[in-house]
Design a protein around this ligand. Structure first.
Ligand code: FES
Length: 251
């Protein structure tokens, strides 16, 4: 983990409260693995005090570029939207563990909402993944996923784009076609994917989203329950990617 002061190359709204930012970082673009995240200081002062964890969405190592997709959900991320090309961000990273990559297995990726962010870089690394994406209404980043996969299924809750419903429905129909499933999105979706995979004895890796404080394993703000119920896992350092069997997602 390193600290880097990164120049913003672009920052714009994609749709609704979803924004895409590209920053310049030689260190992160060369080292980061799919599923890792960076921890960004929002603003120059002490309010808000805590950094915000943002998934790495894509990388261009040749040009030292790191693409981030973020959802505005509070004061810190609102401040990100005020930054513009040429400004600088104080960044820690890359942090966390990342997804294991299996090139010789049949793999599926399933994402929901802003949870699709770390799955773009993953689909690029996996090369032949089948991708299931779910959105409430507006879709985004579909063209980016199409660069890395020929097999993408789109779902929206209201049916305004792609299929009406949830991507888990399609994954359920095809689950026997896969050796490994990767997932990131709302907890209710992760729980359904975990249960589906475990019932069918399919290896499953999920990326967890939790509130974070330090981002480096020191504060326990990000603790989540392990499947043994006897200990907690730190999402920032034990994760954010876990084998589904390691964590308890029940309410
Ligand atoms: Fe501090 Fe994970 S955010 S231990």
């Amino acid at each position: 983990m390193q600290r880097d002061i990164c120049r913003i190359l672009s920052n714009h709204k994609v749709t609704g409260n979803i924004y895409k930012m590209v920053i310049e970082s030689r260190i992160i673009s060369k080292k980061a693995l799919p599923g890792q995240f960076i921890h960004i200081k929002p603003g120059d002062g002490y309010d808000p005090l805590l950094r915000r964890p943002i998934s790495i969405c894509d990388l261009d190592a040749d040009n030292s570029q790191v693409t981030l997709l973020y959802r505005v959900c509070g004061k810190g991320t609102r401040l990100f939207t005020h930054t513009k090309t040429g400004d600088f961000l104080d960044v820690l990273g890359p942090l966390g563990n990342g997804f294991p990559i299996f090139h010789s297995k049949r793999v599926a990726i399933i994402g929901g909402g802003i949870g699709i962010a770390p799955l773009l870089y993953l689909s690029k690394e996996l090369i032949e993944a089948e991708v299931y994406l779910g959105f409430r209404d507006e879709t985004y980043m579909i063209e980016d996923f199409m660069k890395y996969s020929d097999n993408i299924s789109i779902y929206t809750e209201d049916g305004s784009k792609g299929n009406k419903g949830y991507p888990i429905e399609a994954l359920e129909r095809n689950i026997r076609s896969y050796d490994v499933v990767y997932a990131c999105g709302p907890k209710i979706m992760l729980r359904a994917v975990k249960n589906l995979c475990e019932e069918n004895h399919i290896e499953c890796y999920i990326s967890m989203e939790e509130r974070m404080g330090c981002g480096i394993g020191a504060c326990l703000v990000c603790a989540c329950e392990s499947s043994s119920n006897e200990e907690y896992k730190k999402v920032c350092t034990d994760g954010p990617v876990f084998n589904s069997k390691e964590v308890n997602l029940d309410d």
